[in-house]
Design a protein around this ligand. Sequence first.
Ligand code: ASP
Length: 324
Amino acid sequence: MKRLALVQTGGTIASRTDSSGDLIPADAVQDLLRALPSLEQFEVAVFQPFNLPSPHITPQHMLELRDLIHSLKNNFDGIVVTHGTDTLEETAFFLHLTLETSLPVVLTGSMRHAEEASWDGPGNVLAAAHVALEPRSKDRGVLVVFGGDIFDARTVTKSDTTRLEAFAGYPGPIGRIDFLAGNAEIAYFARPEPRASRTLERVTAEVEILYAYAGWRGQGLLESLSRADGVVIAALGTGNVPPDVAPIVAEAKKPVVIATRTHTGAILPIYGYAGGGRQLRQLGAIPASFLNAHKARMLLLVLLSAGATRTELETAFMGLEAQP
Ligand code: ASP
């Protein structure tokens, strides 16, 4: 029998309504297991390091989860982590960067809770379990399974606030799971690529995100640069900012990473005007490649916590195209 670790961390999938009808954290794992008799084909062990709505999850919780997975990795064939969907992509990417194992680790959650007719928790957990126990899922880094789509941690993002298919990847999912007469049919669309995982003892760095907009004069940026160890700017288009922001970037003594507020696409040093991506690059800002701002924050936070030098930061962000 294949051995599955089901690690529950909270979110809608583990929530129930209270007497006033508000959705609050509950211990819904029994609901989940009751709704999934077909999980009995596996030996399932349940772990619950914490039970939090995902807006309450911090990088310290992610580290705790990483340590728990490290302690489980030799005793299981696959690991499923249930998680609130709001910050699921951040936890997935943090684990992707810091887990030292080839064991499949799959995150999932639900958009509806256990008392709703369209509860998607059981279906997502069943699909995630099959993906986690599939030998072809090894060495792909951390995966996210939602609505039958399989995403990679680097590009997966929550793309809708309420739809059941709430996640998207870039350029799309990397695989798909469907069920035919009760049997899981798993297709991957690409071969796994090597993953560079980083040894991380503690999360010590603080990284803040600022969001660029038309007419932004850099409000908040100086404060962030004095408070935090690094800053990510969700910049405009291919990585440009309004002109008044450029001198602040030029003076920054801390790393400034440029991502984009546009939903997909690369950061490219095209424009040489004041605040253009080329100028920002010349001023020392680091382009985030295809990472969205909150993934770029995770990478910067992990690298700075691991004591990376400026050159190592540049290499890690610039080398992203070569990584899965
Ligand atoms: N707000 C919830 C959370 O992220 C949504 C969910 O679980 O899907 O915990």
